[in-house]
Design a protein around this ligand. Structure first.
Ligand SMILES: Nc1ncnc2c1ncn2[C@@H]1O[C@H](COP(=O)(O)OP(=O)(O)O)[C@@H](O)[C@H]1O
Ligand SMILES: Cc1cn([C@H]2C[C@H](O)[C@@H](COP(=O)(O)O)O2)c(=O)[nH]c1=O
Length: 230
């Protein structure tokens, strides 16, 4: 029986790598699949992983109707056993509903991959609908880690070195942007997300804590005035 499975986790926890592996394993057993993605960092019509692997994919636009697409291919005689759907957080609610219908009425497996929450810790609409409709939500086993070593559960957005909590929900970006001024992301544990403590902020505060006693020796505070007793 076909299933709608949502493989989820933070950024950089291996979702796209798993999407490529799932496709490889199913194709190796003679199953036929279609690969979809939306707004991959590497460009359009490509599903890429940070491990260096990538593959061609069908780009999902807001007007794409998964149901129509699968039915028309099947009617034309094309066999489809499964769909791989990466960056599924960006899909519309209607598209997620179409995916569920494909599972139920066409007996096609749908493996969706995506982050659940945005940089404000709010659910993406596509992920919310997937959580609501999926047969299974599977949290990836490989845990992305916060700079403190705890399991990362949030995706912080960093602009010009500072964490921001306001802005557009969708801004494509990576976890280690090479150029300054580019939006980047950092995965954090909840504690450090709440304290707005990115690795950069933590380093800066550790450095100032080291520097402080030295500075005090060099430039001691003036002595307090001695108050005369009346
Ligand atoms: N140089 C590397 N050596 C080993 N593993 C790596 C390397 N670079 C990235 N990875 C692995 O790839 C994961 C990110 O994979 P990716 O599929 O791009 O993540 P996601 O799609 O969840 O953002 C990292 O969590 C890490 O485990
Ligand atoms: C948190 C957050 C992320 N994004 C974007 C940034 C990336 O392009 C993708 C996630 O890709 P990954 O393969 O899981 O690393 O989502 C965004 O647009 N808005 C956000 O709040």
């Amino acid at each position: 029986m076909a299933e709608l499975v949502f493989f989820s986790g933070t950024m950089d926890c291996g979702k796209s790598t798993l999407a490529l592996q799932m496709d490889h394993n199913h194709a190796a057993r003679g199953r036929v699949g279609l690969i979809f993605t939306k707004l991959d960092r590497a460009g359009s019509n490509v599903l890429s992983s940070r491990l260096g692997l990538s593959t061609g994919a069908l780009e999902v636009g807001d007007d794409l109707d998964f149901w129509e697409g699968v039915v028309s291919r099947a009617t034309a005689g094309q066999r489809i056993d499964y769909l791989i759907c990466d960056e599924a957080q960006f899909y519309t609610c209607e598209q997620v509903e179409q995916l569920a219908r494909i599972v139920d009425e066409m007996d096609v497996d749908v493996f969706a991959f995506g982050i659940t929450a945005d940089f404000r810790t709010e659910l993406f609409p596509g992920s919310k609908r997937l959580i609501e409709l999926a047969d299974r939500v599977q949290v990836l086993q490989v845990e992305a880690l916060c700079w403190c070593g705890r399991r990362a559960t949030t995706n912080a957005r960093v602009v010009d070195g500072s964490m921001v909590v306001e802005g557009e929900q969708v801004v494509v970006g990576d976890t280690n942007a090479a150029e300054p001024g580019v939006v980047e992301y950092e995965v954090l544990c909840r504690r450090h997300y709440m304290r707005r403590m990115t690795s950069h902020a933590a380093r800066a505060s550790a450095q100032s804590a080291e520097v402080l006693p030295f500075e005090l020796d060099v430039c001691p505070l003036p002595p307090l005035p001695i108050t005369q007793a009346d």
